[in-house]
Design a protein around this ligand. Structure first.
Ligand SMILES: [Zn+2]
Ligand SMILES: [Zn+2]
Length: 417
């Protein structure tokens, strides 16, 4: 529950006078659908979002919103309100995935092997819709809204270069929100969860080395295959026996390859995997545990192991007070149903924004049997119910309005280094 005493300073607006946040105009909704389909037809991978960037810039120009480029294919737009207030940012990602679309939709991907299978087309279109609505109300808007269109969320990561190029600094952002489409919820439903919502995503590369030989004379060789098999099984012990069962951690080996043919003893097996956690303590622990198990189990088989860990995105942690207060605000001021879904072990590079300023990651319901929107993100059959698009615009506008007016929990201009 929201504790009003914990809010920094006095809200600009008494609860009774708060604006009821309506959905966007029919024209804005139609425009968002059109933009989303245009982007959907022309998916672009991370840091190749040139057409999408040009579309975003054209749309901001048409509305009358000032903008600049950042991180190569990213765009930062600014809407300046006519009334004093806070600086809120809204972030959308723009990149697609290397997936071949099989939805059969009339506006399906025209580019073989690329697809907006995670809904970033919808995220970009909804932020453009919110931009249109916010600009239209700019005279009655408190504060400033920074519109962040970032590239390469699916990798290698566009959030960090956007931040490095001042996306949060000019003007100094005090709170930030994002939407992600979610097929666990229906249109009209959103989820706002305080604390961790996404996990860290570290990559693991393991090579187990033995000594090659003839398949008929195993005693003359060191077989890397049983050593690697034992390593894979032993790694399961981490999640099963070593992590506090009330905390979250995942160790997945995703690929394994090695060997030459049926009668040759493999000298080497290579594996890759992903390590996930919500808390830095668990995250750091996973790394140490993986090293200990891989090295010692391989040694037990007379083999050796080389381990390389590449740190990926940190976990996304929603600011508890900001998330609680925004959830409460949406319950009071909008017609949307506000849920509180459990966190997932998926990753999101919004984590970097959330490390710098108080942040909230909002899940937007897009599931409907009727629209065939039942497949998970990253599936070649992934699709959304477009009835969700105005709900997303409404949520983004509400965040900007509420944060600008100080109607949700804002700590003025704190920036972590
Ligand atoms: Zn994705
Ligand atoms: Zn995504």
């Amino acid at each position: 529950m929201l504790d009003p005493a914990s809010l920094a300073g006095q809200p600009h607006t008494a609860a009774a006078d708060r604006q009821v946040i309506e959905g966007p105009s029919v024209q804005t909704t139609e425009r968002v659908v059109e933009l989303r389909r245009t982007i959907h037809r022309r998916p672009e991978l991370g840091f190749e979002e040139h057409e999408t960037q040009a579309l975003v810039e054209r749309e901001l120009d048409a509305i009358g919103i000032e903008h600049r480029r950042a991180a190569g294919t990213g765009v930062v737009g600014i809407v300046r309100g006519g009334l004093p207030g806070h600086v809120a940012a809204l972030r959308a990602d723009m990149d697609a995935l290397p997936v071949t679309e099989r939805t059969g939709l009339p506006f399906a991907s025209e580019i073989d092997g690329k697809m907006h299978a995670c809904g970033h087309d919808a995220h970009t279109a909804m932020l453009l819709g919110a931009a249109r609505e916010l600009y239209a109300m700019r005279e009655r808007l408190h504060g400033t809204v920074v519109l962040i269109f970032q590239p390469a969320e699916e990798g290698p990561g566009g959030a960090e270069p956007m931040i490095a190029q001042g996306a949060l600094d000019d003007p100094k952002v005090e709170a930030i929100a994002m939407l992600h489409v979610d097929p666990r919820l229906a249109p009209g439903e959103i989820s706002i969860t305080p604390g961790p919502v996404n996990a860290s995503t570290d990559e693991l590369f393991v090579t187990v080395r033995g000594k090659g030989g003839h398949g008929a004379y195993p005693h003359t060789a060191v077989d890397a295959i049983p050593a690697a098999g034992a390593v894979v099984l032993a790694l399961q012990n981490i999640a099963a026996r070593e992590i506090d069962p009330l905390k979250s951690g995942v160790v997945t080996i995703g690929t394994i390859e090695g060997g030459y043919r049926n009668n040759v003893i493999a000298d080497e097996v290579r594996m890759t995997g992903t390590l996930r956690a919500h808390e830095s303590e668990v995250r750091d622990g996973l790394e140490a545990r993986v090293r200990r198990i891989v090295e010692n189990v391989a040694a037990g088989y007379g083999a050796s192991a080389e381990i390389r860990l590449v740190r990926g995105y940190p976990p996304v942690i929603n600011d508890a007070k900001l998330a609680e207060s925004f959830a409460q605000y949406m319950r009071e001021c909008s017609s949307l149903r506000v849920e509180r879904l459990a966190p997932t072990m998926g990753g999101e590079d919004f984590a970097y924004f959330a490390q710098r300023v108080p942040a909230v990651h909002v899940r937007l319901g897009v599931r409907s049997e009727g629209a065939g929107s039942v497949h998970p993100g990253h599936s070649p059959l992934f699709r959304i119910d477009e009835a969700a698009l105005p709900c997303g615009v409404q949520t983004l506008v509400a965040f900007a309005v509420a944060a600008g007016a100080g109607d949700i929990h804002i700590i003025p201009a704190i920036h972590k280094p």
